[in-house]
Design a protein around this ligand. Structure first.
Ligand SMILES: Nc1nc2c(c(=O)[nH]1)N[C@H]1C(S)=C(S)[C@@H](COP(=O)(O)OP(=O)(O)OC[C@H]3O[C@@H](n4cnc5c(=O)[nH]c(N)nc54)[C@H](O)[C@@H]3O)O[C@H]1N2
Ligand SMILES: Nc1nc2c(c(=O)[nH]1)N[C@H]1C(S)=C(S)[C@@H](COP(=O)(O)OP(=O)(O)OC[C@H]3O[C@@H](n4cnc5c(=O)[nH]c(N)nc54)[C@H](O)[C@@H]3O)O[C@H]1N2
Ligand code: SF4
Ligand SMILES: [Mo]
Length: 701
C-alpha cells in the first residue's frame, strides 16, 4: 500500500502550525512538520509531533452511546438522534426555548462551529450558545472591542522578528505557544529587549532584560503605574494620541493616582524597575506586546485588557509592523469559534444579535425565524440549571468537569440537568455525566478550516476516513436538524458550509477554499478592500474612528490568602500536556515527561513546611481538596504556589474560585487561597476518584 502525506494543521494550540499526516491506507503512521508553512516554517513542538496518539482508534468513542441504568450501551445513530429530538422537543415545549442550549467546541473546525450555532439559533430557537472562550479570552473580546473596536490579535506572529522590544505579559509562550516562544527567544538573541511581566520566574523571565515579578492580580495597578511615569516624564507618543485616541485627559487624571511608591506597594515591584520598564517600552521603535491568561482570568479581566490597551495606545505601539496588542488566543480554533458566532451575543462575523437588522439578515439567510431573546453564557446556563430554569444541554468537545472552576459545583450542575448530550472523541469526566454520547470525528478525519491566533484561516484536510460510526460535528448537526424537520443543514461538503458562512460574514467575504489554498491561508478581514487579507489591523484608523482610552482602577482578587488558607494558588500550563489531557495523555512519550498533577512551591515555603522534593501533600481550598506531590522551584516567590490543570486525577479545579468578571463572567482561574497539608512521606497521593469514594473531598453533589 502506498504511503501518502496529507497537509493539515495541528489540533492543539492557537499558533496553528502546519502538520503533515503520513498515512498508509486508513492508518496514520507518522507526523511531520510542513517545511514551507508561513507560521511554523518546518517546526512542531512535542504536542504536534505526538498528535496522532490523541486520535488513535483505540482511545476513541466509535459509536453513539445511550445511558441505561447508570451505564452506557451502544446505540445506532437513528436511536440516539431520535431520543435527543424527543427530549429537547419536550423541554422546549414544556419550559420554553431558553431552557435548552449548547456549548460549542474551540477544538473543532469553523464549519462545525457555524453548524452548531446555526442549529442552536434556528432550530432550538435560543441564543444560549457559548464555548471555552468564555473562560479564556472573553475579556479580550470585550475589552479590545471597547478600546480598539475589534477583539483579535492586532498583528501577526511574523511581527516578532520586526520588534526591538518584546513584552510578554501574563503568558508563558515557551510552554503554551511553543513556536511563538521560540520566535521570542530568537528575537532576544538578535538583540531585541525582552520585558516579562509575571509573578512566576518563567523560562522567558529568566532570559529577560527586565522581569516585573508583580503580585498576583495586580495588573491594573502596574499598568497605571507605568503610564503615570510615562506621562510624568513626557515619554508618551503625542502625535499618535492626538491623531488616533480619545479621552486622554480622563486617563491622565486617572493614572495620577498611581505614583511609583503606591504602585510599588501594591505590586511588590521595586520603583526603579517600574521606571526602567516604562522607559524601555515607551522608547521602543516597535514594541510587540503579547499577553495571555495572567491578564484575562481575573475578576478584573476586562479592565486588565483595557489597561494594556491604554499603555500600547499611549506609546503608539499599534498599527505598525513589529508592534501591537496581541492576545495569544489559546485553542487551535478559538478565534474561529468566536468568528463563527458560538457566543450568545453575536452571529457569525461579530454581527450583534441585539440588532434587528442582523436578526432579519440571518432569518432571511436561514429561511426561518431565529431566536430573539438574549442568550446565556456557559456559567449563566449553569446557574440557571441550579435555579431550576434550564433543563437540557448539548456539549460539543469540552470537558468542564476538569476545566471549569470549582469542580464540585460543575458536577452538581451536570447532575441537576434533566438531559445532557456530549459529542466527544474520547470518554471524558464530563461525558460520564451524559445521557447520550455522540462520536465525533477527529481533525485527521475531516476537511474544514481552523483560524489561528493571528486571524489566519487555514485548511485542514482529511487524511483518513472517520473511524467507526464517527462523524464530523457539522454532519452530526445535519442529522439532528433533519430529526427536527429543519431545512438548510444538508450541506454536501465542508466547502459548502464554508461558502454559506463566508457569504454572511463581511470579514471572511473574499475567502474560499481555492483562495485559502492559493495563499497558504488568509488573515481576516479579507474583503473587497483587502482581498488578500490583513496582516496588521488599525494601520490607518480604528473601526470606530478613534481608539478609546479608559480610566481604570485596581481591584484585588476576590479571594486572598489568610490565616486559614495562607497561600495564593495560581493555575498554569505545562509544555507536554494540553487542556483536560484527553488527547496528550494518550501519548506515552508526553505522559513520560509529566505523568501527574504537581504542586510547585518556593524553596522557602517548602523548608517552612518541612517538605522535600516529591513529598506527598494535600492541597485544600474552601471548595475542594486534592492530593499531589511537591516540586520545589525558584520559579515561585514565597507565598505563591502553582498547579497545572491538565490532570483529571489531580484536578486543580477542585480548588479554584468561580468569582467572575462582571463584564464577561470570566471566572478567576488565576487566583485563589489554599493551604498545603503535608502527608505521611510514605503515603502515595490519592487520585480524586479514590478521595471521592472515601468522602475525603467535600463533594457537594
Ligand atoms: N502545553 C499547552 N499549551 C497550551 C494549552 C495547554 O493546555 N497546554 N492551552 C492553550 C490555551 S486554551 C490557552 S488559553 C493558552 C494560554 O496560554 P498562557 O496564557 O501562556 O497560559 P497560562 O499557563 O495559563 O499562563 C498564564 C501566565 O500568567 C501568569 N500570571 C498569573 N497571574 C498573573 C498576574 O496577575 N499578572 C500577570 N502579568 N501574570 C500572571 C502565570 O504565572 C503564567 O505564567 O495556551 C494554549 N496552549
Ligand atoms: N484552573 C484552570 N482551568 C482552566 C484554565 C486555566 O488556566 N486554569 N484555562 C481555561 C482555558 S483558557 C480553556 S480554553 C479551557 C479549555 O477547556 P476544554 O475546552 O474543556 O479543554 P480541552 O482539553 O481543549 O477539551 C476539549 C475536548 O474536545 C474534544 N475534541 C477535540 N476535537 C474535537 C472535535 O473536532 N469535535 C468534538 N466534538 N470534540 C473534539 C477533546 O477530545 C477534548 O476532550 O480550560 C480552562 N480551564
Ligand atoms: S506550537 Fe501549538 S500548533 Fe504548533 S505544534 Fe505546538 S501545539 Fe501544535
Ligand atoms: Mo484557552
Amino acid at each position: 500500500m502506498s504511503i501518502k502525506t496529507t497537509s493539515t494543521i495541528c489540533p492543539f494550540c492557537g499558533t496553528g502550525c502546519g502538520l503533515g499526516l503520513r498515512t498508509e491506507g486508513q492508518q496514520i503512521i507518522g507526523v511531520e512538520p510542513i517545511r514551507n508553512h508561513p507560521v511554523s516554517k518546518g517546526r512542531l513542538c512535542s504536542k504536534g509531533w505526538n498528535s496522532a496518539f490523541g486520535v488513535d482508534r483505540q482511545n476513541r468513542i466509535t459509536t453513539p452511546l445511550i445511558k441505561e441504568n447508570g451505564s452506557f450501551r451502544k446505540a445506532s445513530w437513528e436511536e440516539a438522534v431520535s431520543l435527543i429530538h424527543e427530549q429537547f422537543s419536550y423541554h422546549m415545549e414544556e419550559h420554553g426555548p431558553t431552557s435548552v442550549g449548547a456549548i460549542s467546541c474551540a477544538r473543532a473546525s469553523n464549519e462545525d462551529n457555524y453548524a452548531i450555532q446555526k442549529f442552536t439559533r434556528a432550530v432550538l430557537k435560543t441564543n444560549n450558545i457559548d464555548h471555552c472562550a468564555r473562560i479564556c479570552h472573553s475579556p479580550s473580546v470585550a475589552g479590545l472591542a471597547r478600546t480598539l473596536g475589534s477583539g483579535a490579535m492586532t498583528n501577526s506572529i511574523g511581527d516578532i522578528e520586526k520588534a526591538d522590544v518584546v513584552v510578554v505579559f501574563g503568558c508563558d509562550p515557551t510552554e503554551s505557544h511553543c513556536i511563538i516562544g521560540s520566535e521570542i527567544i530568537k528575537a532576544k538573541e538578535r538583540g531585541a529587549l525582552l520585558l516579562v511581566v509575571d509573578p512566576r520566574k518563567t523560562r522567558l523571565a529568566g532570559l529577560a532584560d527586565v522581569h516585573l515579578q508583580l503580585r498576583l492580580g495586580s495588573n491594573v495597578a502596574l499598568l497605571n503605574g507605568l503610564l503615570n511615569i510615562i506621562f510624568e516624564k513626557g515619554w508618551e507618543n503625542r502625535a499618535f494620541l492626538d491623531e488616533h485616541c480619545q479621552h486622554l485627559d480622563l486617563l491622565k487624571s486617572n493614572v495620577k493616582e498611581y505614583p511609583p511608591e503606591v504602585v510599588s506597594r501594591i505590586t511588590g515591584v521595586p520603583e526603579d524597575q517600574l521606571v526602567q520598564a516604562a522607559r524601555i517600552y515607551s522608547h521602543a521603535r516597535a514594541a510587540f506586546l503579547a499577553y495571555g491568561m495572567g491578564v484575562t482570568q481575573y475578576v478584573s479581566g476586562t479592565n486588565n485588557v483595557m489597561a494594556i490597551s491604554n499603555l500600547a495606545l499611549s506609546c503608539g505601539h499599534v498599527g505598525r509592523p513589529g508592534t501591537g496588542i496581541n492576545p495569544l488566543r489559546g485553542q487551535n480554533n478559538v478565534q474561529g469559534a468566536c468568528d463563527m458566532g458560538a457566543l450568545p451575543g453575536v452571529y457569525p462575523g461579530y454581527q450583534s444579535t441585539d440588532d434587528p437588522a442582523m436578526r432579519e439578515k440571518f432569518s432571511r439567510a436561514w429561511g426561518c425565524e431565529v431566536a430573539d431573546k438574549p442568550g446565556m453564557t456557559s456559567l449563566g446556563m449553569n446557574e440557571s440549571t441550579l435555579s431550576g430554569q434550564f433543563h437540557a444541554m448539548m456539549i460539543f468537545g469540552e470537558d468542564p468537569v476538569v476545566t471549569d472552576p470549582d469542580q464540585n459545583q460543575v458536577a452538581k450542575v451536570l447532575n441537576r440537568l434533566d438531559f445532557l448530550v456530549v459529542v466527544e472523541m474520547a470518554m471524558t469526566e464530563t461525558a460520564r455525566f451524559a445521557d447520550v454520547i455522540l462520536p465525533a470525528a477527529s481533525f485527521a478525519e475531516k476537511d474544514g478550516t481552523f483560524t489561528n491566533c493571528e486571524r489566519r484561516v487555514q485548511r485542514i484536510r482529511k487524511a483518513i476516513d472517520p473511524i467507526g460510526d464517527c462523524l464530523p460535528d457539522w454532519q452530526i448537526i445535519g442529522k439532528l436538524a433533519r430529526a427536527f424537520g429543519a431545512e438548510g443543514f444538508d450541506w454536501p461538503s465542508a466547502e459548502a458550509v464554508f461558502d454559506e458562512f463566508s457569504a454572511l460574514m463581511p470579514i471572511y467575504s473574499r475567502m474560499s477554499y481555492p483562495r485559502l489554498e492559493q495563499h497558504g491561508g488568509l488573515q481576516w478581514p479579507c474583503d473587497s478592500r483587502s482581498p488578500d487579507g490583513t496582516a496588521i489591523l488599525h494601520q490607518k484608523s480604528f473601526p470606530n474612528g478613534k481608539a478609546r482610552l479608559m480610566p481604570l482602577h485596581y481591584l484585588p482578587p476576590a479571594e486572598n490568602p489568610d490565616a486559614e488558607y495562607p497561600y495564593f494558588l495560581t493555575t498554569i500550563r505545562l509544555h507536554f500536556h494540553y487542556g483536560c489531557g484527553s488527547m496528550t495523555r494518550k501519548s506515552p512519550l508526553l505522559e513520560r515527561e509529566t505523568p501527574m498533577g504537581l504542586l510547585f512551591m518556593s524553596p522557602q515555603d517548602a523548608a517552612n513546611q518541612g517538605l522535600f522534593n516529591n513529598a506527598p501533600v494535600g492541597v485544600r481550598s474552601r471548595r475542594g481538596y486534592v492530593e499531589t506531590r511537591v516540586v520545589i522551584t525558584d520559579q515561585l516567590p514565597p507565598g505563591l504556589v502553582s498547579m497545572p490543570y491538565h490532570f483529571d486525577d489531580t484536578p486543580s479545579n477542585q480548588l479554584t474560585n468561580d468569582a467572575q468578571d462582571p463584564v464577561t463572567r470570566m471566572p478567576e482561574l488565576k487566583a485563589c487561597a489554599v493551604r498545603v497539608e503535608p502527608l505521611d512521606p510514605a503515603e502515595r497521593p490519592k487520585p480524586i476518584q479514590v478521595l471521592r469514594e472515601q468522602g475525603d473531598c467535600h463533594v457537594r453533589v
